[in-house]
Design a protein around this ligand. Structure first.
Ligand code: AMP
Ligand code: FES
Ligand code: ZN
Ligand code: ZN
Length: 308
């Protein structure tokens, strides 16, 4: 297998793009693709202050690396969730994130959930009805709240996450299997700050396969946490990813065309933001000021009030 650019030995073959590349050309190609999507979906510009949510995993650390290589001004945010019961998951991901930042002289902010809100994620989960069944739901709610709060308080123009194509296709599969109009209306590579209290959010890797991100991290020598979060075992999103991988195995490119077809349909006006049934009920939470569709306080502030 030869590199399509230079004819040297290829290290990766991307059947969906009918493209094979050597290490050097793959490490050029991936940031160039990312830049193309940043521009296509108008995520941010060269002068914007960017906050990258970094989990210690391959996607978000590689994204931070790519943004720096592309010349953007990007700081990191690590949220310590305190998931250290079965394995030292949070402690190890924090160590790897700190190591990444210090080796490159990058600014990293750390928010410790227990220090700020009195409980770790497993603690919050065990003390709430919602969390007993779904710790990940409590975790997602908390992460979203903190990411938005820090980006807003510190005046960042945009918050970016490392969601890749496999993540987005799995979310889309869940949203279409259940036909959730609000979620379909909101799913997009960039979410505008179209409500007071909301910061713009972007997913620059949304069209890049997870496999390509793993190859990038490896070839760039980025040390990241291999373990999945222990709470994600048996989750629906992992199940959907497995289904999509089977499909991809038989029909290379299936994952990409599923997600891309959805984006193109949205560009033609299907599932517009107006189709979101929750949008008219959004108001500012009286405690934290972030938009919510639940009556009174937002779901996060309601949950936190139980711990104080
Ligand atoms: P996940 O929901 O774990 O698939 O993560 C999706 C994205 O959310 C990651 O690529 C990160 O950008 C961000 N993220 C997840 N966990 C954390 C964390 N503990 N701290 C900061 N960002 C995170
Ligand atoms: Fe939040 Fe797993 S990372 S529950
Ligand atoms: Zn080459
Ligand atoms: Zn609130």
């Amino acid at each position: 297998m030869k590199c399509n650019t230079c004819n040297e030995k290829a290290v990766i073959q991307m059947r969906q793009h009918k493209l094979a590349l050597c290490s050097e050309h793959f490490l050029e190609w991936l940031p160039a693709q990312t830049q193309r999507f940043i521009e296509k979906y108008k995520m941010f510009g060269p002068g914007d202050r960017i906050l990258v949510a970094v989990s210690g995993g391959k996607d978000s650390l590689s994204l931070w690396d790519i943004l720096c290589r592309l010349g953007y001004q990007a700081d990191g945010l690590y949220i310590c969730l305190g998931i250290d019961e079965e394995i030292a998951y949070s402690a190890e991901s924090q160590r790897l994130t700190e190591q990444f930042a210090s080796e490159r002289g990058l600014q990293l902010k750390i928010v410790d959930v227990r220090e700020e809100y009195g409980e770790t994620i497993p603690g919050m989960a065990s003390r709430t009805e919602r969390g007993k069944h779904k710790p990940c739901a409590v975790c997602g709610l908390t992460k979203r709240h903190i990411m938005n709060r820090v980006a807003r308080e510190e005046g960042y123009d945009v918050l970016v996450t490392g969601h890749n194509l496999d993540d987005e296709a799995a979310v889309l599969l869940g949203n279409t299997l259940n036909w959730i109009p609000g979620y379909l209306a909101r799913q997009w590579p960039v979410l505008e700050a179209n409500r007071p209290g909301l910061v713009r959010k972007a997913k620059p890797l949304c069209r890049i396969y997870e496999r390509e991100m793993a190859a990038y991290a490896l070839l760039r020598g980025i040390e990241y946490i291999y373990e999945e979060c222990p709470f994600s075992k048996g989750s629906k999103s992992i199940y959907y990813k497995e289904m999509l991988n089977k499909l991809e195995h038989d029909r290379p490119g299936a994952k990409l065309s599923f997600y891309l077809g959805f984006l193109q349909a949205k560009e033609k006006g299907i599932f517009t933001p107006q189709a979101d049934p929750d949008i008219e009920f959004l108001h500012a939470c009286p405690i934290c000021g972030q938009p919510t569709s639940s009556p009174g306080e937002c779901a996060f502030c309601k949950m936190i009030s139980k711990f104080n």
